[in-house]
Unconditional design. Sequence first.
Length: 267
Amino acid sequence: MTRQSALNLFSLKNKVAIISGGSRGIGWEITKAYASAGSHVIFYYNSSTPSQVKSKCSEIIQEYGVQCQGYQVDITNPSSIESTTQAILQTFGKIDIFVANAGIPWTNNDVLHIEDDELAYTKWRNLFAIDVDSVHLCARSIGRVFQKQEFGNFIVTTSMSAHIVNVPQFQAPYNAAKAAVTMYAKSLAVEWSKFGARVNMVSPGYVATDLIEQLDPKLVDTWLDRIPVKRLATADELVGAYLYLASDASSYCCGTDLIVDGGYTIV
């Protein structure tokens, strides 16, 4: 195989890719990476303003010469998801790639920290609705498309927290949610293989984001002490894993979980 033909394996030319949570952070880096590889891109967003969405789409179109659309989608609502799926199909005629990337962290300390049971349960359910339920709801909508097409790639952003217990912070609900969605994706990979679709995962470690910048520096220093490479990831360092799993280069990957954590989980 020549170098050029090997690089062609990573091309997404004329593909149609959807990225939930794709307007910021890791999701935005995925959106840009897929566009740079030739894919038309659609991102789901929640809190971005119309002007921000317009600006981001214009940036993609001008920089990469592909189509770009942003949809405000309630990823906890089956009707909102399905109507968006149908709108995208009407425009593009197919869906090649879906990245279930939207998610939220747990910021409420240990499970006994909130004394009020109803409030504690509401916080728990909100986390699971976004980090777990939304993956299932998107999978049902997109999976029907993949089944009819007999092809498609479904990629889930999970976390190294599905594999270890984070310290020193307490985040049992988040760890449980990511473990659940990881096993869900692995199981889905088996189910969908019968009609030619693939399901895989990316498990990021600690990534330098706006949220990280708001944390106690001593907490971040504790993480750095445990990471072999002694630094946080930048969001753009993760996109290689997402590009690989979306492309023909990973055609034999089924239920694969790529852990990109600077070595955190191996020590």
